[in-house]
Write a protein that binds this ligand. Sequence first.
Ligand code: DX5
Ligand code: ZN
Length: 217
Amino acid sequence: MQRKILIAPSILAADFSRLGEEIKSVEEAGADMLHVDVMDGHFVPNITIGVPVVASLKGKTSLPLDVHLMIHAPERFLNAFAEAGSNYLTVHVEIRSQLEKVINGIHKLGIKAGLAIKPGTGIVRLEPFLEKVEMVLLMTVEPGFGGQTLIPEVISKVSELRGKIERKGLSTKIEVDGGVNKETAKQLISAGADILVAGTSVFGKKNRRQAIKQLRG
Ligand code: DX5
Ligand code: ZN
């Protein structure tokens, strides 16, 4: 069966002074969801956006909001991000919180849960949770900044994870994030990715419909 590939433009690469128009343009261009990178300056060496921006997007788009929390102690903010209208909340395995508790907390709010790993973290850390989350996110660059080059070693992690998910007969989605462009997209899709996050390669292009089409392959 052919997998449906979903494209999630990352608003980190959008023009924040015209965010409403930017969102509309990728929605019209065929995006499947919107990826929102939340950074706290501790878990990653950068600060981006938070709850009020998610809330303001909710009124501007019907696309699902895929919120990637690159923050420590996400349990403190789950409620606020839920109320703001998040559809997916993804947390990192590298945080010090009790992951099982955090995942349950996300589900209790009626939201889909995702679990992410950095490029240097083994997929073995995701394995105990594959049945408990709707999505796993493999970072294909070091989290913190848009516009980086994909780390090629991560591609084999995608195929290994795909194998594990298939063998267990699960429907857990694999999302990849960082350095996704039309060339790397092809490799990631054949390795088994379902959802491609793309910042620069969508918002950096004038013709966004074509950019999204090219990523889908
Ligand atoms: C990096 C973020 C990514 C980033 C992707 O920490 O998680 O979502 O915005 O940006 P590009 O597609 O430009 O590599
Ligand atoms: Zn992200």
